[in-house]
Design a binder for this molecule. Structure first.
Ligand code: BES
Ligand code: MN
Ligand code: ZN
Length: 507
């Protein structure tokens, strides 16, 4: 879909549908809408008065223009209560409206900005939210269908505004929103692929493709090099699979200094069967999404490369399958991670933390100043926060505050959980430095504490996206299947580091 900007009056050019927003409790038309309504003989005003248009959030009313204006339909979408409107609501409402119009076969939509001047929303942020909402909400994954569905595609969204002074701001918003949404959709594409189409080798090839496209540095370490690096925990997980592991490193250099200002580490299990501690078969297929953290860091760095902030960023993915086989790691086996810590494998299904142990070990060895890891790590986090909220954990409050602020501006819901020392008891082993399971109680927290052992003293945030990576039904601009969470959050975070200058100004 192409998003364009036009300065002029809405409704004066031909489109399949005109899209207008109306607040709840708005009793009469004003501005752009009143202007257009004149050509419609006051039809919108009449429906408002009669109460057919209530303006409730995402309520859709289609008015056929019967030749009174060049476009066949005018669609009025409810914006909800004025005092409740946010950028995120604009994303959601736009997604709902675009999907409804796609169903009606619309290919070209002309839309006006919503909410400018309300609750701090500007022409730029409204345009960004419209672009994000449309691109995210219209996402489909049809690669493997031999017959594409009946529903067509929306080909063009024309943001129309009367004020020429807004043009640059709108274009800027559209550009920002497009880069963010396309990055999230790239992550979705990777996550939606099943394990046979997203092996570690394919994931590495994807990273290389992105590196080439956006001029990033890329390294892919093979098993032999991974052995040389001493990544015994990662290799332990990989040893049961016929698919060779790949350790993927992407680098974006935004300034001359050779620092790694921030490392984004994503869990990269291209399929998690549980290994010898095999998972039950119901819903096991969902574990194709166990590389969602990895997809989000690869997608995020592709967007970062387009925004070009003065921040050096490294994205790391230890990609492997977790499979049961004669060569697989067994319960009670002891592995040695890159940083020298020994780990008793109590349950081979707690494999994510083993791969992260070495990915964080690598980030630390490279001298990363801050680390964010993103992982579909625990079922316990799904129990705690459902599929709505990502769990956040940290050894550094200032850093997690920045991550949560970045998430809030993306609309990715995130909540911090505690990491009190008292929980550490549960990760103690009699035979090794740590064991990889902490029992039934507080499973998301003990997993985070385990990973924290490998962040060591580096400021670090762990994001558990086990609940939020994949949805079983659409929700606003998230569609069924992969959400792309938290790609946009990660991009916002790196851009915010640039703006505050707290690392960018060092040379
Ligand atoms: N990938 C899973 C976690 C998961 C569960 C992600 C549900 C998405 C939805 C992870 O590797 C896992 O199996 N964790 C175990 C850990 C346990 C054995 C300590 C879990 O949560 O059951
Ligand atoms: Mn597992
Ligand atoms: Zn897993």
């Amino acid at each position: 879909m192409k998003i364009k900007v036009r300065i002029g009056d809405i409704g004066t050019t031909k489109a399949d549908a005109i899209l207008l927003g109306i607040f709840e409790d708005e009793k009469k038309t004003a501005g752009d809408i009143a202007n257009l309504d004149k050509s419609l003989n006051g039809e919108i005003a009449k429906l408002l008065k009669q109460g057919e248009i209530k303006g409730k959030q995402s309520e859709i009313t289609v008015i056929h223009s019967l030749g009174k204006i060049p476009s066949d339909r005018v669609t009025v979408i409810g914006l909800g209560k004025k005092e409740d409107l946010t950028e995120d609501k604009i994303r959601i409402i736009t997604a709902d409206a675009c999907r409804a119009l796609r169903k009606k076969g619309a290919k070209q939509i002309d839309v006006t900005l919503s909410g400018v001047g309300v609750n701090g929303i500007t022409a730029q942020t409204s345009a960004q939210a419209i672009a994000e909402g449309a691109l995210l909400g219209l996402y489909t994954f049809t690669r493997h269908l031999s017959k594409k569905s009946e529903q067509g595609e929306i080909e063009q969204l024309m943001i129309t505004d009367r004020n020429n002074k807004n043009k640059t701001a709108i274009e800027h918003g559209v550009n920002t929103g497009t880069i963010l949404a396309e990055a999230a959709n790239l992550a979705r594409d990777m996550v939606n692929e099943p394990g046979n189409f997203m092996t570690p080798a394919i994931m590495a090839a994807e990273a290389k493709k992105i590196a080439k496209k956006y001029n990033l540095t890329v390294d892919v370490f093979e098993r032999e090099q991974i052995q040389k690096l001493g990544m015994g925990a990662f290799l332990g997980v990989a040893q049961g699979s016929a698919q060779p592991p790949k350790f993927i490193v992407l680098k974006y250099q935004g300034k001359n200094a050779k620092t790694i200002d921030i490392a984004l580490v994503g869990k990269g299990l291209t399929f998690d069967s549980g290994g010898i501690s095999l998972k039950p078969s119901a819903d096991m297929g969902d574990m194709k999404s166990d590389m969602a953290g990895g997809a989000s860091v690869i997608a995020a760095i592709s967007a970062i490369a387009q925004f070009r902030p003065k921040v050096n960023v490294m994205a790391i993915v230890a990609a492997t399958e977790n499979m049961p086989s004669g060569t697989a790691v067994k319960p009670a086996d002891i592995l040695t991670a890159m940083n020298g810590k020994t780990i008793e494998v109590e349950n081979t299904d707690a494999e994510g933390r083993l791969t992260l142990a070495d990915a964080l070990g690598y980030a630390n060895k490279q001298g990363a100043k801050q680390i964010i890891d993103i992982a579909t790590l625990t079922g316990a986090c799904v129990v705690a926060l459902g599929d709505v909220t990502t769990g956040a954990f940290t050894n550094n409050q200032a850093l997690v505050d920045k991550v949560i602020a970045a998430a809030n501006s993306a609309g990715d819901k995130m909540w911090q959980l505690p990491m009190f020392d008292e929980y550490k008891e549960q990760n103690k082993s009699d035979v090794a430095d740590l064991k990889n399971t902490g029992g039934r109680k507080a499973g998301a927290i003990t997993a985070a504490l385990f990973v924290g052992e490998f962040a060591e003293k580096t400021p670090w945030v762990h994001l558990d996206i086990a609940g939020t990576a994949l949805l079983d039904k659409p929700k606003g601009y998230y569609v069924k299947g992969a959400t792309g969470v938290p790609t946009r959050t990660l991009v916002n975070l790196v851009l915010s580091l640039n703006n505050t200058g707290d690392i960018a100004n060092e040379s």
